[in-house]
Write a protein that binds this ligand. Sequence first.
Ligand code: SF4
Length: 462
Amino acid sequence: MLESLKKMQTEPVHQAEKHQPQTVSVHNLVEFVLQAGDLTVGGFQMRDRAQAGTQGHKQVQRSRPEGYQPEVEIACWVEDADPPLEVRGRIDGLYASEDPVIIEEIKTTTLSLDLVNEDHNQLHWAQAQCYAYMYAQQNNLSGIRIHLTYYHLDSKKEKTFERHYSLAELEVFFHDLTTAYLDWFGKISALQARRNQSIQQLEFPYDEYRPGQRDMAVAVYKAIRDNGRLYVQSPTGVGKTIAALFPAVKALGQGLAAKIFYLTAKTPGRLVAEKALDDMRRSSLDLRSVTLTAKEKICFCPPVNCDPEVCVFARGYFDKAKIALTEIDQHQAFTRPVIEEISRKYEVCPFEFSLDLALWVDCIICDYNYVFDPRVYLHRFFDFSKEPYIFLVDEAHNLPDRARAMYSAELDKGTVLDLQRTLKPHLPGLAKKLNGINKIMLEIRKACEADDKRCACGIRAS
Ligand code: SF4
């Protein structure tokens, strides 16, 4: 074990000496280069509707005729880039036997379809054009058709627009898009090369290991290297945070992972992780981290209303955020105060800006929610990316309770009753249904009381 740690500290890290190949999803590529305007266009709204959107996608795909292929994985390399860039994604639907071949891009919406025209959102076409280019190029097609389908989540109706592109047109489009991305990406690659160099020099930041600390660090490193899971139980005061972060940083420098997620249940845990990284920075580490703070806490315009008509930090967000992001090489620790300072300077939403920064930094310190909660997890990392991540879960004994809360729904009997009374004069039919729900809840409450047990179904009796 001790040998492994020594190796980890002193062996030359060959992968770190050159720029490592990188991957970007079609979604992120298009969003990064072309997204402009206010925050609400595809910002918070998209994340909130993601689950309903997935269902809508499936409904459309199921309705298609035989021979239609849903969710087709596709990837290509931009070879002349240094480092090489892999672009990957999933085609929503493919009619491979049609002549010309048809690529379908599906978008769900709650906007009336009467208001959706062909130019509703250029990003949607851009995404489809990327898939069309990749497919046409790999299959030697001279041209290809795109169907852009909008599916209305409430009415379940759809509207499809069609365009035809030649391979030459798509090639120019894809080249321009990736060239714009590579400008930014070159800067990030340089930062990563600097980071990897610094990790090679990095030594454990304290004079000596505390008892048990070195064994833990070795075990963490091995778990990362072997793609495994490790549960650590040790007394308070051993210094678990640095014993987890130090080997994770080493593994990052060796190309064993693309990012570290340090997940905590509470703010103090986040501060300890920030300090551990700072201690390593004092001992030569050059690594960028961001700390995510809940939207409600960091919002500059409470109560949260992200309507760009109301909040100046949402207005023109995407244009301003691109400029704000250029500060990425001015700091290493994007803590809450740093994020607030930059966000005020460029008048951008601090919450959304911290999420955008997270895409480009090496370590993300955040609440469990951002990884495990199906409503708020970071789609930008977990829906499209195939990159290997390290997850360090602080105080993991809190996870079962938090997971129960994340995956449980709660129905309040008092709210149901209030609603039933309010609606009775206006919508008697609906009020009758609510009355039925109220009666069922009453029966459950009685059954719970009779059993003298805590109700296990998540219904709070009031
Ligand atoms: S500052 Fe607050 S209200 Fe404005 S966009 Fe951000 S979270 Fe929404």
